[in-house]
Design a binder for this molecule. Structure first.
Ligand code: ZN
Length: 340
């Protein structure tokens, strides 16, 4: 003879299931409401993924500091998928403006993109920097609370308005010198600073009075998440705007193909030699499949958000670092206390 309570026990899993589903629906309802209460204003939405609501605001605030691409492919799409170091399995989807535009919200930030050239023990020209000076620059950034971000992170920000660290900068090193591998790369690893390196393919591995980085060294660097490699033409002509269409094609398109073949990675950024560009050059760069390009105007240096669009991102010479560490700003601060 079976006692009655056993019949009741049979239903426990069913009751439990109903309870779990109801709680889930309630939580979803609560989340939808919170979303309308302000989070959506930052154009951030969560894909269907488990999320702890109590941590959402905290996650939102740290998203810019630890932001990484979920996958490379989404960078050029109108929804960019990103993740944070704290929640590497949770994709966030950010609405992006159409390429090559910059989102209005991103124009409030002041991100200096710093341009370095060769790093070597004995200076030959005024813009050479010694390893000691570079380390002093890194120490200055550290002491001023400046956070170097990656080129991907800058582009995600410019396309989506995603939050940034309080004082962001982007470090860039042009022309593929041997000193970039010998002095810069170890320092980046020590400080955990990301940086972008723009290389032109003609002088790889040779000595032109200055040593140039080798393909083997570049292959090591490109595998490191701290490093982004950008195309910088084949022969480094002083002014791309003066070239014929055919020459331009070689410099812009062929250099991309060479880098991609040698490194086995897609090259999504281009840097104009000496910064010079015009509409025709930008169009070829865009058609070649680059998402963005770094420029430079000695006479009128600007923050990244002041650039016309992604195909001509402005930079500053590295000698202005000391002044820029106090001006760098991540723009709008997200205030999570407003969620009610
Ligand atoms: Zn250059």
């Amino acid at each position: 003879m079976q006692p009655k309570p056993n019949i009741f026990l049979k239903f426990i899993p069913l009751i439990g299931g109903i309870l779990i589903i109801s709680t889930g629906l309630l939580a979803l309802n609560f989340y939808s409401k919170s979303k309308n209460n302000g989070y959506s204003s930052a154009s951030i939405k969560i894909k269907a993924s488990p999320i702890n609501l109590e941590n959402f605001c905290q996650q939102y605030q740290t998203i810019g500091k630890n932001l990484q691409l979920w996958n490379q492919e989404s960078l050029s799409e109108d929804e960019v998928l990103v993740k944070t170091q704290a929640y590497p399995n949770l994709p966030f989807s950010l609405y992006a403006v159409a390429l090559p535009n910059i989102k209005d919200k991103a124009r409030k930030a002041k991100v200096p993109v710093l341009m370095y050239h060769d790093i070597l023990p004995t200076k030959e020209v005024f813009f050479d920097v010694t390893p000691e000076e570079l380390e002093a620059d890194f120490e200055l950034m550290k002491s001023k609370g400046v956070t170097p971000i990656s080129l991907d992170q800058l582009i995600i920000h410019l396309r989506t308005g995603s939050p940034l660290p309080e004082k962001p900068v982007l470090l860039t090193f042009d022309d593929g010198y041997g000193g970039h591998y010998e002095y810069v790369y170890p320092l980046l690893k020590r400080y955990k600073y990301p940086a972008a390196f723009s290389v032109y393919t003609k002088n790889m591995g040779i000595n032109t009075g200055r040593s140039h980085i080798t393909w083997e060294q570049l292959k090591i660097m490109v595998e490191d998440p701290l490093v982004t490699i950008a195309g910088h033409s084949k022969t480094h002509p002083p002014d791309l705007t003066k070239l014929s269409d055919e020459e331009l094609n070689q410099e812009v398109v062929e250099s991309k193909q060479i880098l991609e073949k040698k490194l086995g990675k897609s090259i999504r950024y281009f840097t104009y030699p000496t910064g010079k560009n015009d509409e025709r050059v930008r169009k070829i760069v865009e058609e070649a499949g680059y998402i963005a390009a770094l420029a430079m105007d000695d006479a009128d240096e600007k923050f990244a958000g002041e650039s016309e669009n992604l195909l001509a991102i402005e930079r500053f010479g590295q000698s202005r670092l000391e002044e820029l560490v106090d001006r760098a700003s991540g723009g709008e601060v997200v205030n999570c206390s407003e969620q009610n």
